[in-house]
Design a protein around this ligand. Structure first.
Ligand code: SF4
Ligand code: SF4
Length: 443
């Protein structure tokens, strides 16, 4: 169907776009951010059921202590990220959905007292014990998807994983957190990979890195040659093209396989893990360390773009100050990159598990015009879809025809909107269309 659409329109499928990279912090080493005086931790930092709070106001907590337990199998616990006292259990706005979610505010005692960690040798653990440690540590997909990692590591028996793909593409402009992690901590990333391969008895893995990250490619290749794995691992350099880092694009590029519509990578025997997730899996399994911090790029209109190792719950404004503040023209804060990131209502929004970047920018509100049927959105779509049709159908509330145009295959990458001369916010229309279909119970 996809080729047909393009042929009908006389277009060549370029599958993706080439926005300027703007990797401003690519040469800036990761710096540990000072401990915040207070942290605000939303209890929904993952896809799935919200975590259930276990603490009350006035409780003393240590770093790594579980403050909210998983609310189901597809859920993840939340841990205290500083030691101190629980000050409030407020309702906070989710930085992902904007919806009100329960939260926990902890005031620091300045001591950074940790719970007792229990390190382990992965060779001494069974796959079930490894998955349990990953679950208890609250590991979720840290490339932004935030899907609980223990669920991804528990495929049904009829869908065995044959290949693991390490996602080091980091294709969104501005973001440099994964690049720096691969340059500075390749051993943690690859230890996490070895653990995943062992857990799922996988014999083949590829580390996919875009060609604009030569230092990361060299470091990962060097580390692969020095490490031992339960199978074959190789580094694959992939062309810089947005959205190379989308799971389906990466699987198509590396394996030549198409994940079926509505399906998952496991449907083609693949598992994709982001590099930060693998480093966190290493920390959880080998060190016994719960997920309490991550690398975050702070970039855009700040005096000095940087990469920080940050405790969750730290307000974005504190990190922007550590970058020398924002430029006077800056009036918008995005969590994530410019293509898929989410605008935040306040510069004080807290960093959570899925926050890989704080992008400070000037807002760019452009007037929407009528579609000129130029076909650029069709040409740019990596999934071979017809984004312009989604706009028409959603505008006229013709939801019945949306599934026929495979709207649920859209990965919401924004490539279609990027070059639209009519400034049509295509992804907003697509999200609305998907929402209406969900309300109608159409899959
Ligand atoms: S939606 Fe935008 S990019 Fe797509 S055909 Fe219309 S004007 Fe062109
Ligand atoms: S947002 Fe969806 S429709 Fe638009 S280019 Fe990406 S996958 Fe295609």
């Amino acid at each position: 169907m996809n080729t047909h659409v393009l042929e009908v329109l006389g277009l060549k499928r370029s599958a993706g776009v080439h926005p300027p990279s703007n990797k401003l912090g690519a040469q800036v080493a990761i710096e540990r951010a000072p401990l915040p005086e207070t942290v605000t931790l939303p209890l929904q930092q993952h896809i799935g059921a919200p975590a259930k709070v276990l603490v009350k106001t006035g409780d003393e907590v240590k770093v790594g202590q579980v403050i909210a337990e998983a609310g189901g199998f597809v859920s993840s616990p939340i841990h205290a990220t500083i030691s101190g006292t629980v000050k409030q259990l407020p309702t906070v706005a989710s930085s992902v959905t904007g919806k009100a979610v329960p939260g926990v505010v902890i005031e620091s005692d300045g001591q950074d007292q940790w719970i007792d960690l229990s390190p382990a040798n992965p060779d001494d653990l069974t796959p079930a014990e490894i998955i349990s440690r990953i679950k208890e540590a609250g590991i979720v997909g840290m490339g932004g998807a935030t899907f609980p990692s223990h669920v991804k590591l528990s495929p049904p028996p009829e869908k065995p994983i044959k290949t693991v793909i390490v996602n080091g593409a980091e294709c969104e402009p501005y973001i440099t957190a994964d690049d720096r992690l691969m340059i500075e901590h390749p051993e943690r990333v690859l230890s996490g990979l070895a653990i995943v391969m062992k857990t799922l008895s996988v014999k083949r893995a590829f580390v996919a890195i875009e060609d604009n990250k030569p230092q990361a490619i060299a470091k990962m290749r060097e580390q692969v040659s020095q490490s031992s794995f339960p199978g074959e691992v190789s580094v694959r350099v992939v062309p810089r093209r947005y959205p190379m880092g989308a799971e389906k694009t990466l699987i198509k590029t590396i394996l030549g396989a198409e994940v079926p519509e509505g399906g998952l990578p496991m449907d083609v025997g693949a598992l994709v893990h982001n590099v930060a997730t693998l480093a966190a899996i290493h920390d959880a399994v080998v060190l016994g360390k719960p997920l309490v911090e991550r690398v975050v790029s702070v970039t855009g209109l700040v005096k000095t773009p940087k990469n920080f190792l940050v405790r969750f719950g730290t307000p974005a404004s504190a990190l922007i100050e550590l970058c020398g503040g924002s430029e006077p023209s800056a009036d918008e804060l995005i969590f994530g990159g410019p293509m898929m990131g989410i605008a935040q209502p306040s510069f004080d929004t807290s960093i959570i598990k899925g926050t890989n970047c704080i992008l400070v920018k000037k807002s760019d509100i452009r007037e929407e015009h009528d579609c000129v049927r130029c076909g650029r959105c069709v040409e740019a779509c990596p999934m071979g879809l017809m984004p312009l049709q989604f706009v028409n159908l959603v505008k006229y509330e013709d939801y019945d025809h949306l599934p026929g145009y495979h709207i649920n295959n859209c990965v919401e990458c924004g490539s279609c909107a990027y070059g639209c001369p009519a400034n049509i916010p295509l992804v907003s229309y697509i999200k609305l269309g998907k929402l209406e279909l969900r309300k109608l119970g159409v899959k």
